[in-house]
Design a binder for this molecule. Structure first.
Ligand code: HAM
Length: 423
């Protein structure tokens, strides 16, 4: 039996780790720069939280959740996203008692049983940013800026914002009626999914990717024409701020997002050239979610971004991340008699913060020198009988082959350049 990674999952081999580290370190740095604090929530939660939070009729809840009964028979679900869990923590831990708004970031794996393709996985890794407790559209812009700056700082170009408003409980019901009235004249022409959506979740009609439905989406009434005064003002203020920063954006009337909790602003960032999955992030306001899951009425906004898609965009643009530092020193020893001293030297160097590699297995000096070359060591330290008897080490600088004998107590100074290496 040969085992394979489950469909829609992947291994991150050492050669790819530099991308991951760079994206995550950049995220941390940018989030700290904007005053966001890290929060972490469980990888699984009670299924009901996602059903209620994400929405019963969303694709995620209907067909994509990894749900299981634990040993006491409680229904649990691997998180398909972070927002519901963070809101649960906010309500449960009474974080509304702290000065508002709260600015959070987190990251980790999320799970959705989707059809795998480039940039779409069943286990994927999200960066997630949320601001809870403010309804100022300047916060919407700030959250959008966090996303933008992360992408800009890792070097991605060709980005644009897609924005829309999804209204609020005051204006959305009216819009949905208008939308349903429009679609009711076309029920025979739209796909089966859309016929179902028309009854269950009409906003999703605008999200359909099937060809026959496209002309109807094009002609559909637009939500921006139905917004109440508060939502219209919020949206136009956000656009003023986007203009003030000169950020490229398009108002995308089809942008309704795949989760039910959104109110007012929704947005995505699209990156060129990463194929069908061009959204590297998506987010928006969810002013009703916290109350819906049992907390006080609290406005909030956030976004999440798949690290796989960020890396895909980076690779597409030929961006290489900084290398992860490797050991700069290699220790070689001559014969098993020198091995205990080599064990001690390797330990000492590492304890003093010097990355040290060694090839055990009692290999020939030639093999050990080859290893030092392969790992690009700056120095090779050679221990033989003479060196051990004299309390010294032979130090070879690999870049120019200078070689000298150094008292063991001076090794660190030589490696760190405080003492010269004399050949
Ligand atoms: P979402 O649009 O479902 O929103 O996902 C956000 C991002 O996660 C996507 O733009 C994409 O980069 C990544 N993503 C989603 N599904 C997959 C997948 N199957 N494979 C790879 N990447 C994926 C949310 O998750 C919301 N919680 C965002 C949010 C936060 N809204 C408010 N706050």
């Amino acid at each position: 039996m040969k085992y394979q990674a489950p469909r829609g999952t992947y291994d991150i081999l050492p050669e790819d780790q530099a991308y991951w580290r760079y994206v995550i370190e950049t995220t941390r740095r940018v989030c700290q720069l904007y005053g966001y604090e890290q929060i972490d929530v469980p990888i699984f939660e009670n299924t009901a939280l996602f059903e209620r939070g994400v929405g019963e009729t969303t694709d995620i809840v209907e067909k994509e959740m990894y749900t299981f009964s634990d040993r006491s028979g409680d229904s649990m679900t691997l998180r398909p996203e972070f927002t519901a869990g963070i809101c649960r923590a906010y309500a449960e831990k009474k974080l509304h008692g702290r000065p508002q708004p709260l600015r959070f970031y987190t990251f980790g794996p999320a799970f959705r049983y989707e059809r795998p393709q480039a940039g779409r996985f069943r286990q994927f890794f999200q960066i997630d940013v949320e601001v809870i407790g403010s309804q100022d559209p300047a916060i919407d812009l700030e959250v959008m800026q966090v996303a933008w700056q992360i992408y800009e700082d890792v070097g991605i170009k060709g980005l644009s914002f897609q924005v829309n408003s999804t209204g609020c409980p005051v204006c959305r019901p009216g819009y949905l009626e208008t939308l349903k009235a429009y679609y009711s004249g076309h029920t025979d022409e739209i796909c089966g999914d859309c016929q179902r959506r028309l009854g269950q979740n009409p906003l999703r009609l605008l999200d359909c990717k099937n060809d026959p439905c496209q002309p109807f989406i094009e002609q559909a009434p637009q939500i921006v024409d139905s917004l109440c005064e508060a939502c219209a003002t919020h949206f136009s203020e956000l656009r003023v701020y986007l203009d003030a920063l000169g950020r490229p954006y398009s108002v995308n009337h089809r942008l309704v997002r795949g989760l039910d909790y959104y109110t007012k602003t929704v947005f995505e960032v699209w990156a060129e050239g990463i194929g069908a999955q061009s959204a590297i992030c998506g987010g928006g306001r969810y002013d009703g979610l916290i109350e819906m899951i049992g907390g006080p009425s609290t406005p909030a906004i956030g976004f999440a971004s798949g690290v796989e898609r960020i890396i895909l965009a980076m690779k597409h643009e030929g961006i290489t991340p900084p290398e992860i530092p490797k050991p700069s020193v290699c220790v070689a020893y001559l014969g098993t008699g020198a091995k205990p001293s080599a064990v001690a030297l390797v330990h000492d160097l590492r304890t003093q913060g010097i990355g040290t590699a060694v090839l055990w297995e009692n290999r020939s000096l030639k093999a050990q020198m080859k290893h030092a070359d392969r790992i690009n060591a700056e120095y090779t330290l050679i221990l033989g009988e003479d060196e051990i008897n004299n309390g010294t080490v032979t130090v070879r600088r690999m870049t120019d082959s200078t070689q000298g004998v150094v008292p063991i107590s001076d090794i660190v100074d030589v490696i760190q350049g405080r003492n010269a290496l004399e050949g």
